[in-house]
Design a binder for this molecule. Structure first.
Ligand SMILES: [Mg+2]
Ligand SMILES: [Zn+2]
Length: 182
């Protein structure tokens, strides 16, 4: 049986920027991100990054720049099982830009190649992460290091399964033995 965590990037693993992360120099990885991913790994979970990166479709960054940013992220947090990006703009109306579920379904398909899925979670910092997670059949966690305050996170309708201060707390809650209270 396979447990999989789909994790948004900006605002979760690294600080988000209103003007997009356009190159690796603009990537500021959170100090607790590595421990969070190690928490999932130590519990035997697969971890995929699923992130809207319309910065490419908008012509603000090249694919090569995003790939260099990914390489810097992985150096900071350790290897992940996969990274799935949507490069489209909202007006492209693709099926992968969150809140569409396509990006998450790619991650789940990759995970399912390793075995039947037991637990599937989406961890994000915005309403569209929660919506995409729900549409992909995942339980959802919101972290408070990005777009939402605790109040806003709890008021989402329907609410996320978990609201955590940051991705490390989320990882600990999600991987806790069953019976633990969320
Ligand atoms: Mg985000
Ligand atoms: Zn897309």
């Amino acid at each position: 049986m396979v447990c999989v965590a789909l994790i948004d990037r900006d605002g979760v693993l690294n600080r988000d920027r209103p003007d997009y992360i356009k190159n690796e120099d603009e990537l500021e990885v959170f100090s607790f991100a590595r421990a969070a991913l190690e928490t999932f790994k130590d519990a035997g979970w697969l971890v995929y990054v699923v992130s809207n990166q319309s910065v490419v479709g908008r012509g603000l960054a090249s694919v090569a720049a995003v790939e260099a940013t990914t390489a810097k992220l992985v150096r900071a947090v350790g290897p992940v099982d996969g990274v799935f990006y949507c490069y489209h703009r909202p007006e492209d109306e693709c099926g992968c830009r969150k809140p569409e579920p396509g990006l998450l379904l790619q991650g789940l398909a990759a995970a399912a190649a390793a075995g039947a899925l037991e637990e599937r979670w989406m961890v994000g910092d915005s309403a569209r992460d929660v919506e995409a997670g729900r549409r992909a059949g995942c339980r959802t966690a919101v972290v408070l290091t990005g777009h939402l305050t605790a109040e806003e996170a709890r008021r989402l309708e329907p609410p996320p399964d978990v609201v955590a201060d940051d991705v490390l707390e989320a990882a600990k809650l999600i991987t806790a033995p069953r019976g633990a209270s969320y």
